[in-house]
Write a protein that binds this ligand. Sequence first.
Ligand code: NDP
Ligand code: 8X3
Length: 254
Amino acid sequence: MEKKWAFITGATSGIGWATALALAGQGYSIFATGRRRDKLNELETALKAAHPNIQVKSAQFDISDRDDVTQFMKAHYAEMAHIDVLVNNAGLAKGVDKMQDAKLEDWDTMIDTNVKGLLYVTRGIVEHMVRRNSGHIVNLGSVAGRWTYPGGGVYCATKFAVRALSEGLRMDLLGSKVRVTNIEPGMVHTEFSLVRLGDQSKADKVYEGMTPLSAQDIAETIAWCVARPAHVNIQELVIYPTDQAHVGQVARKN
Ligand code: NDP
Ligand code: 8X3
């Protein structure tokens, strides 16, 4: 039987890494991407050890670099034609500054990665899914794509954009069998806060006294969405930790 392939961006850490393992557990061969080659190698080793029957490939590129993505898609055109599941996971927040104080480079990084990068990768793969009349695109949105919070305006705007893009893509794909799911988690303990705040002790404080979601919680949810029968499309899912009622409303034990 022909292998099924999942293409996962940002698989070097957190939700992407856990999703690679979860989908491999469902028998998917994995095409993992990210910017850190050492982590991609580590993931390849872990996947092959846990799931010897699947195939694993990886590629190192920056999704926010349009030329990089275009070059990758051209060079791997035949392989992209066989991707069954695309998980647009790579993304990040930079800083928590008020807009009047923020660094323009942080805004560029978030918008270029979370919005433009997601679009570049999607464009390279979705045309093949349409041609084959099958496929599933899972986008990593966020509760930040529904509700805004102080110091998060631009990150939230990128995740609002991801929700709009998921909705728009579903409309453009209507009539085909290609599914689009927008996953919208609250607080998940990954490298996210370290990347955002640039300091491990500040990052640790974000999760102090509460139980956040794990990357595996989200990976299992993604795997469940993908495993629904072909006529079922889970369009959107909001997932909070029990200790979080809303953005900024967290129950902490002292
Ligand atoms: P991590 O920081 O652990 O992982 C982010 C991944 O994105 C890494 O693998 C990183 O890889 C990759 N990445 C970042 N920028 C680029 C780029 N320019 N090109 C290619 N890859 C890139 O965070 P999470 O696992 O938490 O984040 C995954 C997704 O989930 C993000 O879209 C995030 O916004 C979203 N999310 C996270 C939540 C949380 O609380 N953690 C909640 C809701 C949504 P590398 O550095 O190797 O390039
Ligand atoms: C990450 C969740 O609430 O930190 O998307 O913005 S939050």
